[in-house]
Write a protein that binds this ligand. Structure first.
Ligand code: FAD
Length: 476
């Protein structure tokens, strides 16, 4: 990994909306690099001969090459390079856990200042967004010929299916995406809030670019209820990709959990993001605007729920986590942003009980104090209850963000689909094919709740095999 010995300047910081301002709106927090900042940051890349960053990226974006093009001011070329492997760079540049992927592997990480690869990817994608839609998907100037005989169906419209659809359309297949909800994008629209991932500016644009490649979107269609996989084959589809995600919430299993005022993160965020409850009564989705909010969990979902509650006017928001802040699985930047915005972390605490007030609704949660014991199977130190040490936290809104399970609706109605012991779809790891011939799956419905980029990687992998099975010319 020989790199040049040129002096390396400090990483260019990302401009953000100031905390006091952003906590009163749902606009995007991170404002993006200017062209000058992007060029300066791109100039920090050492152009390693054997770049580790590429290995750290699940879709293997040719990172040094796109950064070199950007450093020379050629945004279009940089975009086309990214597009060779990544179909949603504006999304990935915003939400990928770069610190544990490409940037975590950057040689400059040793000095604590890796190249800001995610921010550069976001800059390139945003700069290019307004250009032609075929280029957006294929990275090539011309739209491919779409063969009406090569019909492929994708079930679900999250990043796994969108990526599969984009790859297949770019290789000449006629793709239809069936989505259960009335908006397209999966967790990108109903889970991740507007202030991290703008829906109209980014997600809808990516979807519209797919439409230019004749990808058809059919909304309000529930696989396993309003149609089955055999219906699709009967309609002439030659292959099916399942990308229905893992959105079934887990609960805590403690007394009082069914009180008014206790929400799953899934319901809370869906009401706010998809139902636009933050604009009630302009949009008619009601939401409890808690004064004292407690969120359970330590991942990105917990951070999103807590920061959403702050924006909805909460006086206090606590995140309750059984281990310490250092062990939280959320992206570091999200934790930092949440704390800057006034969210408080109650670490080493676990839920014992929800208590009702005089009106019968949630009024408090009782927490068990914990300490860290011996490491468990995951290698992390296990939280252990400190006997007799409890604390009561006034709470009129609680949000539970402790993980999810597979979406069951399709799976329950397709008995030929082989599942894993944990209830996810079992696939051939190399091709993504399921136990049903011609039916592929990828994303959270295979791995369990994971990340956007892993879902995209799985969508791309399966799409490659589908395209090949339909006789399309596929690069290795
Ligand atoms: P999904 O995005 O879940 O999409 C599945 C789609 O299938 C949905 O639209 C659903 O409505 C539809 N569907 C379900 N059942 C059916 C059916 N029977 N018929 C038709 N359609 C159906 N990852 C990151 O990398 N970075 C982050 O910062 C991040 N933050 C997150 C924040 C939140 C609040 C959440 C919930 C997740 C976050 N994730 C993050 C995880 C990431 O969003 C997921 O891993 C990713 O979206 C999974 O993609 P997918 O395509 O497999 O499924």
């Amino acid at each position: 990994m020989k790199a040049s010995k040129k002096p390396v300047l400090p990483r260019v910081p990302m401009p953000n909306q100031p905390p006091a301002e952003r906590v009163r709106n749902f606009d995007e927090v991170a404002l993006g690099y200017t062209p000058e900042m992007a060029r300066q940051e791109a100039g920090r890349c050492l152009q390693c001969k054997k770049p580790r960053c590429v290995k750290g990226c699940p879709v293997e974006v040719p990172i040094p090459q796109f950064i070199a093009a950007l450093a020379q001011g050629d945004v279009e070329h940089a975009y086309r390079i990214i597009k060779t492997t990544n179909s949603l760079p504006a999304v990935c540049g915003r939400v990928c856990p770069q610190e544990s992927q490409c940037e975590g592997a950057c040689i400059l990480q040793a000095k604590g200042q890796p190249v800001a690869i995610g921010r550069l990817e976001r800059f390139v994608a945003d700069e290019y967004m307004h250009r032609d839609a075929c280029g957006l998907i294929t990275g090539k100037p011309e739209c491919p010929y779409i063969d009406p005989e090569k019909k492929v169906a994708c079930i679900g419209s999250g990043p796994a299916s969108l990526t599969a659809a984009g790859y297949l359309a770019a290789h000449g297949c006629k793709v239809t995406v069936f989505e259960a909800l009335h908006e397209l994008g999966g967790v990108l629209v109903y889970g991740i809030p507007e202030f991290r991932l703008p829906k109209e500016k980014i997600v809808a644009k990516e979807v519209n670019a797919l439409r230019e490649l004749q990808v058809e979107f059919v909304r309000n269609r529930v696989g396993g209820k309003t149609f089955s996989i055999s219906d699709l084959f009967a309609q002439g589809y030659k292959a099916v990709f399942i990308g229905v995600g893992a959105g079934l919430p887990r609960f805590l299993g403690v007394p009082g959990e069914n009180l008014n005022g206790v929400f799953s993160a899934n319901e809370y965020l869906t009401r706010v993001n998809l139902g636009r409850a933050y604009s009630f009564p302009e949009y008619d989705t009601p939401i409890i605007r808690g004064r004292c909010v407690t969120v359970f969990g330590g991942g990105n979902v917990a951070m999103d729920a807590a920061r959403t509650a702050m924006r909805l006017g909460a006086e206090s928001v606590h995140i309750v986590y059984r281990r310490t802040q250092a062990e939280m699985p959320a992206r570091h930047e999200e934790v930092e942003h949440a704390i800057e915005e006034g969210v408080q972390v109650a670490e080493l605490c676990g839920p014992l009980e929800f208590r009702a007030g005089e009106n019968g609704s949630l009024a408090a949660v009782v927490l068990q104090k914990m300490e860290l014991g011996e490491p468990d199977e995951s290698g992390r130190r296990r939280p252990v209850a400190v006997q007799g040490a409890t604390v009561e936290l006034p709470t009129d809104l609680a949000v539970i963000a402790v993980g999810t399970r597979s979406n069951p609706v399709l799976l329950e109605n397709e008995p030929e689909l082989k599942l894993t012991g944990r209830g996810y779809v079992s696939v051939d790891e190399e091709t993504g094919e399921t136990s049903m011939p011609g039916v592929y799956a990828g994303g959270d419905i295979v791995t369990g709740a994971a990340t956007v980029i892993l879902a995209m990687g799985a969508g791309r992998r399966a799409a490659k095999h589908i395209a090949r099975s339909l006789g399309c010319a596929v690069e290795d």
